[in-house]
Design a protein around this ligand. Structure first.
Ligand code: NAD
Length: 353
């Protein structure tokens, strides 16, 4: 057994079909009385339902959440929270809306109730991101960790199948890298392996039948596990590459994670054999990188960076930027091997380990 330090992060998790109906009680349990509901324009209707359920405690809806939390949007939302005298915020949506809630909490310490409707996992982490003048900065601060998380599988049923698949593989990526994290621990490894198992099975169920409520439930359960792993331990090469591809080349978040993951795992396979064994066991396959690639293909998700807008001529810049700030990875960063990884991910070739 490797030495470890484990510090649990405090959040209350309520997981139940129809748990949106418990929202008013959860607001009261925080000692709050005036809730601001946050959402994207696309999810206004779901946010309105939440606000209606709050009755007099529904103080207002801000429906301007956007991808990558632009600082101007965060400022407007903070102002609105002050104007309506909100004493808590309910973030209903995916990582973008929960990110907006975190941006408000960072300045005001307003307690956040997160109601995730995708599988990204942000609700379980103290990590925030803010975009200013085109540059996304991320940080960790325990004040942004949602105080309460309501997981209601019924709310994710409306997430289109294609988005569900890439969002679920985004969550699997948190767990996969958590298994070889420098600061990993046995509790997170258990959660990671179970999270990968739950999501892989749940996603197959959703692809067969988008409204299969057991499959939706299984995916959201996996989301909780994988998001917890992301919140507790550090990530490595895979997350760094995706951050560069999203931040500097504007590639879509979940799709990028989906495409890069098997190749990042292939890069790290020899350096992290125990993690690979656990990922493969969770997927019921002999090899982790190939297994993740085959799962992605089976689920009908994109397999090549060239298909989501990356130019071949950008590969060298991606490699250079990714190597410019050293960070921990089980295998040291080697330029030639990293370029091979990127070329394979760009063309969508099945990794071979
Ligand atoms: P998203 O929040 O950007 O949502 C994408 C779109 O799907 C939005 O229009 C949203 O309204 C819509 N949507 C969400 N749920 C829906 C549903 N059930 N039905 C119909 N439409 C729905 O996407 P995401 O992938 O969840 O989040 C991505 C963002 O989250 C990125 O900016 C990423 O960096 C961030 N993120 C942060 C963390 C963290 O720990 N801080 C973790 C994961 C992701």
């Amino acid at each position: 057994m490797q030495d470890f330090v484990f510090m649990a992060q405090p959040s209350r998790v309520v997981f139940a079909r129809g748990s949106l109906g418990l929202l008013a009680n959860e607001v009261k349990a925080l000692g709050a009385r005036r809730a601001l509901v946050l959402c994207t324009p696309q999810q206004r209707e779901q946010a309105q339902r939440a606000s209606d359920l709050l009755g007099e405690m529904g103080a207002g809806i801000f429906d301007g959440a956007q991808m990558h939390v632009p600082i101007e949007v965060a400022r407007r939302a903070r102002e609105y929270a002050k104007t309506i005298d909100a004493d808590c915020a309910v973030a209903l949506g995916g990582g973008s809306t929960i990110g907006l809630g975190k941006a408000i909490a960072l300045e005001s310490s307003l307690p956040i109730i997160a109601i995730p409707t995708t599988y990204a996992g942000s609700e379980m982490t103290p990590i925030y991101g803010l975009t200013e003048a085109g540059a996304k900065k991320t940080g960790r601060d325990i004040r942004v960790l949602p105080k309460t998380v309501l997981y209601d599988p019924e709310l994710s049923t409306s997430l289109p199948v294609g988005m569900s698949v890439v969002s679920g593989i985004n969550a699997i990526a948190h767990a996969a890298e958590g298994l070889y994290a420098k600061d990993g621990n046995p509790v997170m490894s258990l959660m990671a392996e179970e999270g990968i198992r739950a999501l892989a099975g749940g996603l197959k169920g959703i692809v067969s039948s988008a409204f299969d409520s057991d499959a939706r439930s299984e995916c959201l359960y996996g989301t909780w596990l994988c998001g917890s792993v992301l919140g507790h331990v550090g990530m490595a090469l895979h997350h760094k590459l995706c951050h560069v591809l999203g931040g500097s080349f504007n590639l879509p978040h979940a799709e990028t994670h989906t495409i890069v993951l098997p190749h990042a795992l292939a890069y790290n396979a020899e350096a992290a054999p125990d993690a690979m064994r656990r990922i493969a066991r969770a997927l019921g396959v002999p090899s982790a990188p190939e297994g993740v690639f085959d799962l992605t293909k089976q689920l009908g998700a994109p397999l090549a960076l060239r298909d989501i807008g990356l130019k071949e001529t950008d590969l060298e810049s991606v490699c250079r930027i990714s190597m410019s700030n050293p960070y921990w990875n089980p295998r040291p960063l080697e330029e030639v091997a990293l370029m091979k990884l990127l070329r394979n991910a760009w063309s969508g070739q099945r990794p071979a380990t």
